[in-house]
Design a protein around this ligand. Structure first.
Ligand code: HMG
Length: 404
């Protein structure tokens, strides 16, 4: 049976950014609370003419341009920031990208976890029909109430992945560890634009899911800790990945390097690399996320982009990925990096896109956060973003999108 996995991957984010330094100053908080306490420097914020559809299209467009549409018969968009209760956000993405009509398009939901369900569904489709390719896009906007503890962990982003046979980046291995439990740690009722969260419970629910998924992986005969070279975690804030790394070290009895970098410019990390603890790429995998904020479904895969773009020694290495979605589902899966995976120029392109975001003043950020666009009235959104795809407004209660 041929190897199946991720053949190409791309990350996209928003027009605006909030710098946590500015946020700390406005709130009278010590900036180290965010930089060190949460492991975050910035968070992406969509302009009024951006949403998950524009980010999803922006992430997938370069893949479609590079790889074409031959054999592409499925598009799955994973999101918890759905734009409609009925119509999949992927329908607009499908049109914006000019994808073939002979395709199935569907949306998947289970908090931050569903991109992993989408990836596994894609692997299943390609296993049955190796001549087919599946486009999986994780896209989300993380929104908490103003002045709530979750507010500095907001963010936005999209990651698009092409799943094929004989992939060029990451071969997904068949075994994975699973864990589900009905927990009210974080959710968003249908009539709310912000999430409701029990912060302390969410952290323990995440770690409990890690215990369950890791234990299941071992019971299934999956790789032991010393057979996994790099480990990625869902990153609602990068300090959570550090907590997860310490938790896994406790579960396995193996000392794992739990340093996360102090800032994107300081890739040396919080202190000198110590002898002893195994470096599993934790710091390297957090470089993009500490600038994006939480991108929910996209977060784990933004971590994968960061690792692939910054670690030059991954060929043939096994990566463990822990996916978590509140509510809650955890899955610990593994994959092998394909030799020749090098992604020349990606760091520069992603860094330029992150640097190009336009910082919001605290006044403008709070006004944008509070602005509720009624879906019941026709309106045209102001032209703010400069990307290729725009949310143009609402006509007859339908959302309109444009490609420049
Ligand atoms: P908080 O009020 O910031 O908590 O809320 P805190 O006061 O305990 O501070 C956080 C850390 O900063 C602590 O370190 C402090 O010591 C440290 P820790 O004990 O965690 O190691 N600190 C400082 N460090 C240096 N200098 C200072 C300083 N001051 C304090 N001056 C909380 C934190 C996570 C609860 C909040 O941000 C929140 O509610 N976030 C949203 C929920 C969340 O992200 N949960 C994570 C797990 S659930 C998940 O991942 C799923 C999710 O992505 C959703 C989905 O699945 O769809 C959220």
């Amino acid at each position: 049976m041929s190897a199946i996995g991720i053949d190409d991957i791309e990350l996209a984010t928003t027009h605006h950014v909030v710098r946590l330094e500015d946020f700390a100053e406005a709130n009278g908080t010590d900036p180290d609370k965010f930089r060190l306490g949460l492991g975050q420097d910035e968070f992406s914020v969509p302009a009024p003419d951006e949403d998950i559809v524009t980010m999803a299209a922006a992430a997938a467009a370069p893949i479609v341009e590079r790889c074409g549409t031959e054999g592409l018969r499925t598009l799955i968009v994973a999101t918890e920031s759905g734009t409609d209760q009925s119509k999949a956000a992927g329908m607009a993405v499908h049109r914006l990208l000019g994808l073939p009509s002979r395709m199935r398009v569907v949306e998947m939901k289970e908090a931050c976890y569903s991109a992993t369900a989408a990836l596994q569904a894609a692997v299943g489709i390609v296993t049955r029909s190796p001549d087919q390719r599946v486009l999986v896009i994780a896209a989300d906007v993380a929104r908490y109430e103003l002045d709530s503890p979750g507010e500095p962990t907001q963010g936005a982003g999209a990651v698009a992945m092409l799943v094929t046979a004989e992939p060029r980046l990451l071969e997904i291995e068949p075994l994975s560890g699973l864990n589900s439990a009905d927990v009210d740690d974080f959710w968003r009722p249908n009539d709310s634009t912000t999430a409701i969260v029990d912060g302390a419970l969410s952290v323990t629910a995440y770690l409990d899911a890690l215990t369950g998924a890791w234990t299941d992986l071992q019971e299934q005969g999956g790789p032991a800790i010393d057979e996994i070279d790099r480990i990625l975690y869902h990153q609602p804030f990068t300090k959570m990945a550090k907590k997860a790394q310490l938790h896994l070290a406790g579960l396995t009895g193996v000392e794992l390097d739990d340093r996360i970098v102090a800032s994107p410019a300081d890739s040396a990390g919080e202190g000198p690399a110590g002898e002893g603890p195994r470096d599993t790429g934790l710091a390297t995998s957090t470089l993009y996320n500490r600038r994006l904020g939480n991108s929910y479904t996209a977060s784990l895969y933004a971590g994968l982009c960061s690792l692939l773009d910054h670690d030059e020694d991954l060929a043939g290495k096994r990566i463990g990925l822990f996916s978590y979605g509140s509510g809650s589902v955890g899955e610990f899966l593994t994959g092998r990096v394909v030799p020749g995976y090098e992604r020349h120029g990606r760091v520069q392109a992603v860094t330029e896109a992150l640097d190009a975001r336009v910082p919001l003043s605290m006044t403008d950020y709070r006004a944008l956060h509070a602005a509720e666009l009624p879906s019941s009235e026709d309106h045209t959104t102001p032209r703010v973003s400069t990307g290729e795809f725009r949310f143009a407004g609402i006509r007859g209660r339908a959302r309109l999108y444009e490609r420049a």
